[in-house]
Design a protein around this ligand. Structure first.
Ligand code: PLP
Length: 383
């Protein structure tokens, strides 16, 4: 089937995702002033639904920012550390390094525990680093490291960090909505997320969740950013029930609807839906003789990094699959040469996954000889 024959382009990039029709329709809501009661009601509902999605209770709060996921990560990193605070960044991929670089860009003292892309976090090394350096106040960690598709055990990290009396800042941008965060039980201190990945809203909004008392205490921390200052945004949204700055109102309409759909489905159920699609996709890729970057135990439920077969040009593969109706996503930095990424986030169906696997098989059949050991059925599909 060509893209034209399909009714839509299937997005296999890790957000923005294919959205539900009801979410897209919500974008066309009424013109609205953000300092009137109707926006206050929308803002309050969205913030409370975000806390629910993150598994927080009445002690937790959310602040919504107009900006992509990076805005929320940056807001948490620049707002949480006190004067003379030091950030230790756990780095096992692009986004782990980015949290370090954000802190450094704002002049915050930083340390980095570099583990190498695709390697699991090393709790013993973290334990030693915290024991050795009492200046560290905050540890930054990525939940789903989207550059490799690795799921990091942020709850184990938080437990260890808390035993040392320090706090964690979690980039949950590509996990929130499909991986339970259990804020009320696990006590992750700061969590950053965005509207347009597993929450299946539209791009343009992001958010930070934290304890209400922690947001209040930020009044004592230095102001390192104006727009992204969490205390300023918290006071505006919590006390005045109006945002500090003009929000992306249509994206709010979409996020409100997306959160309603997510809470009806359930975060765990959504995670299982994505995982079933990912496992179907991975089985199909392996039948085609392709290698995956990570071993099974470390893979996230919504993204798979795949080795580009020798001699297959990524651009050509991308363009052929795009013509067939699928957008695939390149690897980042040094993985760009040999790996590409496939997300199973959003409104994707098993038929989409099967059609994609067939289209990929057909393309590979044209550019490389048949894989020894591939089944006869696969070979017939890929003459
Ligand atoms: C997508 C993503 C971000 C934010 O990206 P934006 O382009 O700013 O939305 C941050 N961290 C992770 C882990 C991501 O996957």
């Amino acid at each position: 089937m060509s893209a034209r024959e399909r009714d839509r382009l299937v997005l296999m990039n890790p957000g923005p995702v294919n959205a539900d029709e009801r979410v897209r329709a919500a974008l066309a809501g009424p013109d609205m002033c953000h300092r009137e009661p109707e926006f206050a009601a929308l803002l309050t509902r969205v913030r409370s639904r975000l806390v629910q999605v993150c598994g927080g209770d009445r002690d937790w709060s959310a602040v919504v920012l107009t900006g992509s996921g990076t805005a929320a990560v940056e807001a948490a990193v620049v707002s949480a550390p006190p004067r003379n605070g030091t950030v230790l960044a756990l780095d096992n991929g692009h986004y782990g390094q980015r949290m370090h670089d954000i802190a450094a860009a704002h002049g915050i003292a930083t340390r980095r525990l570099e583990l190498g892309w695709g390697n699991p976090l090393d709790l013993a090394a973290l334990d030693a680093a915290l024991a050795a350096d009492s200046s560290i106040t905050h540890v930054t960690v990525v939940h789903h490291e989207t550059s490799t598709g690795m799921r990091n055990d942020v709850h184990a990290v938080a437990g260890l960090v808390h035993r040392h009396g320090r706090a964690v800042i979690v980039d949950a941008v590509s996990s929130v909505g499909a991986d339970p965060l259990d804020l009320a039980d696990s006590g992750l201190d700061w969590v950053a997320g965005s509207a347009n990945k597993n929450i299946e809203g539209m791009p343009g909004l992001s958010f930070v969740c934290g304890r209400r008392t922690a947001f209040e205490a930020l009044g004592q921390a230095p102001t390192r950013s104006y727009y992204l200052d969490l205390h300023r945004n918290f006071l505006a949204q919590q006390v005045n029930t109006a945002p500090a700055f003009t929000p992306g109102i249509p994206a709010f309409y979409a996020l409100d609807t997306a959160l309603e759909l997510l809470l009806a489905e359930g975060v765990e159920a959504r995670g299982r839906r994505y995982l079933a699609l990912a496992e179907r996709l991975r089985a199909g890729l392996e039948r085609l003789g392709l290698d995956l970057l990570l071993p099974a135990g470390h893979r996230a439920n919504s993204l798979t990094a795949v080795r580009l077969p020798d001699g297959v040009p990524y651009r050509e593969m991308h363009d052929a699959l795009r013509a067939a109706g699928f957008v695939i996503y390149a690897g980042q930095e040094h993985l760009a040469k040999n790996y590409f990424r496939l997300s199973t986030m959003g409104c994707m169906t098993t038929a989409d996954v099967d059609d994609f696997t067939a289209a990929l098989g057909a393309f590979l059949g044209q550019v490389r000889p048949p894989v020894p050991g591939a089944s006869a059925a696969d070979r017939k599909e890929n003459p």
